[in-house]
Design a protein around this ligand. Structure first.
Ligand code: TYD
Ligand code: MG
Length: 455
């Protein structure tokens, strides 16, 4: 029997070392090395992954001489995923989709696989049996007669199946269950993930077949496996949401073929995931009466305007140090806004606990919602509700000035479409002279807004 060979791998960057080291020489992280068993003595599989015809580039070529590629993409029926990917799937691209257990990754990918017509899709699962997948598929309202299942975890066997079947699209559920027979370490270990992902990426690039990889995430929310995996693939998607709520959000954290600012929104129901094409309606809570501490802002996610609701609770701090808690909005920015309110508007925020929540589980980074956040905070502080037909759009600067934001017309027209009657914006936002039915209140300083709202 061959002698067991072990190597140490860095959990962060995937670098290896023959002995344990405290600090990784390649990425500088501490305490990231773990020991894994490897040994390579099964060379008969070596060639399985070679594609039949490889156009190998033998020498460097001039960029100007490279033929124009046609910008061809596989069209998707699912418009949310299509938008997140930058307008369809690029042939040969490898897309990693991560998310918590039970969030709906397998459901989403099976649903995508079944939505293709006249395309051979191979769904490889190392997690569920054929019958389990069939049961799930029967709940979904889509049918694709060219969808194949393969419940296998050995990449060598998968490689053979791919060569025989020659699918148009491949889904792997999940990368952590795959195992290369050339390596002895357990599935999900760093060396296995590096090896199996490397094989699949090579397959995708050589044959031009798009490959979706489902990935697990660790308890602190990062994709499990080496960071290197995220560097290797073309696109990294994150499927998020609260398991107790029906809404799910698909985010891009990396995309070689499109913007990373797009989001897709889904609703989980009895028959799989339904696309939510008008998210503003669901992000604003239904209420009959005006409540204090609630303000609506118009933001932009990618190319899409969205109306979101900020809820604030301000109450006198019971202990010496007031608490600040923020859900969906940057906590540092919240502290900054509170300091501005204290210094420029004379509100005693230093004595108050402040809690902020963006409804719908969304995380918003657009500073254009600052004005709405401030309005919600002051509304709760004064216990005076804001009229629910008002929308706020504006960034707040350090001296309390209200600054212009991008794509103002789109934001205003989204507010108008949803029946809002008044919008508060910065007076520095240049608006085209256009007749609209919505009342536009132009402001330059925070005090002006607070005077309008709370007198
Ligand atoms: P799943 O896709 O298995 O999650 P993941 O692969 O990310 O672990 O999703 C499982 C959850 O989805 C499960 O809690 C049940 C729910 N679900 C529905 O609500 N409706 C459906 O039609 C399906 C298929 C799943
Ligand atoms: Mg799953």
């Amino acid at each position: 029997m061959a002698k067991t060979q072990t190597t140490f791998f860095c959990k962060n960057c995937g670098a290896s070392s023959p002995k344990w080291v405290g600090k990784c020489n390649s990425c500088g992280e501490w305490n990231t090395y773990t020991e894994e068993v490897i040994h390579k003595d099964k060379p008969e599989y070596k060639k399985t992954w070679k594609a039949q015809s490889t156009k190998s580039v033998l020498k460097p070529v001039l960029l100007a001489d490279v033929e124009h590629g046609i910008d061809f993409r596989y069209e998707l029926k699912d418009l949310e995923l299509s938008r997140v990917l930058g307008g369809g799937i690029v042939p040969g691209s490898v897309i990693l989709i991560g998310g918590e257990p039970g969030i709906g990754k397998s459901t989403l990918m099976l649903q995508i696989a079944l939505q293709f017509q006249n395309k051979k899709v191979l769904y490889i699962s190392g997690e569920e049996s054929d019958t389990q997948i069939k049961m799930r598929a029967e709940r979904l309202p889509f049918r694709n007669n060219d969808c194949y299942l393969f419940t296998e975890t050995s990449t060598q066997k998968i490689g053979k199946a791919l060569q025989e079947l020659q699918p148009d699209i491949v889904v792997i559920d999940s990368i952590q269950t795959l195992q290369s027979e050339l390596i002895d370490s357990t599935p999900g270990s760093i060396s296995q993930i590096k090896e199996t992902a490397g094989d699949l990426i090579r397959f995708a690039k050589e044959t031009g077949t798009p490959v979706f990889l489902i990935g697990h995430i660790t308890k602190d929310g990062a994709l499990a496996g080496p960071k290197l995996l995220e560097h290797m693939v073309d696109t990294v998607l994150q499927f998020e949401g609260d398991r107790n709520h029906v809404y799910r959000i698909l985010l891009t954290t990396k995309n070689r073929f499109g913007s990373t600012s797009e989001i897709g929104i889904y609703e989980m129901h009895g028959e799989g995931l339904r696309e939510v094409s008008n998210p503003s309606e669901i992000l604003i809570s239904q209420r009959d009466e005006n409540l204090s501490g609630i303000a609506i802002s118009a933001t932009i996610e990618g190319l899409r305007p969205l109306l979101i609701e900020t809820q604030a609770l301000v109450s006198t701090a019971a202990y010496g140090t007031p608490q600040r808690n923020s859900n969906g909005y940057d906590a540092k920015r919240l502290n900054m806004l509170l300091a501005i309110l204290e210094k420029k508007c004379g509100l005693r925020m230093g004595m108050q606990d402040v809690f902020i929540n963006i409804t719908g589980g969304l995380r918003v980074e657009d500073p254009g919602i600052d004005l709405g956040v401030i309005a919600a905070i002051v509304s709760s502080y004064q216990n005076v509700p804001i009229d629910n037909k008002i929308t706020f759009i504006g960034e707040v600067g350090l001296s309390g000035e209200i600054r212009a934001v991008s794509r103002i017309e789109q934001r205003i027209s989204e507010a108008e479409k949803l029946g809002f009657t008044t919008v508060y914006i910065s007076k520095f936002n240049k608006l085209p002279k256009q007749k609209s039915n919505i009342t536009i209140v132009e402001l330059s300083k925070l005090e002006e807004m607070l005077n309008y709202l709370f007198g």
